[in-house]
Design a protein around this ligand. Structure first.
Ligand SMILES: Cc1cc2nc3c(=O)[nH]c(=O)nc-3n(C[C@H](O)[C@H](O)[C@H](O)COP(=O)(O)O)c2cc1C
Length: 138
């Protein structure tokens, strides 16, 4: 079985309130537990940046469902690669709120002044999520 990491960016749909993120996380946690998928979801009131880790089949299958979800749009795949170990093994879907992203962290990974996940390289997106995980309060 190949272990795979998938990272994508998307934009929350206009008619969805940011409070709907709680429902999204419920659904994500439920499915990911069953599918042995782990990962992290960052949300900044407009954009999502999500990392999924699991078997090649399950990450593909999850992403196929995500593409059909009308709560977000403009999904852009930033990374899809084989990995030997998971970087987020303890989270069926860890949530990182906007408040955790300080300007200094963001500017380390992006040349732009405001957060725009579509303009992150795959490596920057991955490293930024790793760093956000480290600064996330317990
Ligand atoms: C930003 C975002 C992130 C999501 N993350 C996941 C996820 O990690 N795993 C998952 O199975 N579904 C995730 N979902 C939900 C799926 O798109 C889909 O709605 C769900 O799997 C359908 O199952 P349900 O009808 O049981 O809720 C996410 C949806 C959105 C909008």
């Amino acid at each position: 079985m190949y272990l795979t990491r998938l990272i994508y960016a998307s934009t929350i749909s206009n008619d969805i309130s940011p409070s709907a993120v709680a429902d999204i996380l419920d659904s994500a946690n439920k499915h990911n537990k069953l599918n042995d998928v782990t990962g992290v979801l960052f949300f900044d009131d407009k954009y999502f940046l999500q990392c999924l880790e699991g078997s090649r089949y399950q990450t593909n299958e999850t992403y196929s469902r995500l593409l059909l979800d009308s709560r977000h749009s403009d999904l852009v795949l930033l990374e899809f690669k084989d990995i030997s170990v998971r970087s987020f093994p303890d989270w069926t879907m860890g949530f990182i709120p906007e408040s955790v992203l300080s300007k200094s962290i963001y500017l380390k990974f992006s040349p732009q002044k405001s957060f725009d996940p579509y303009n992150l390289s795959s490596e920057s997106a991955y490293k930024m999520l790793l760093e956000l995980k480290e600064v996330l309060p317990e």
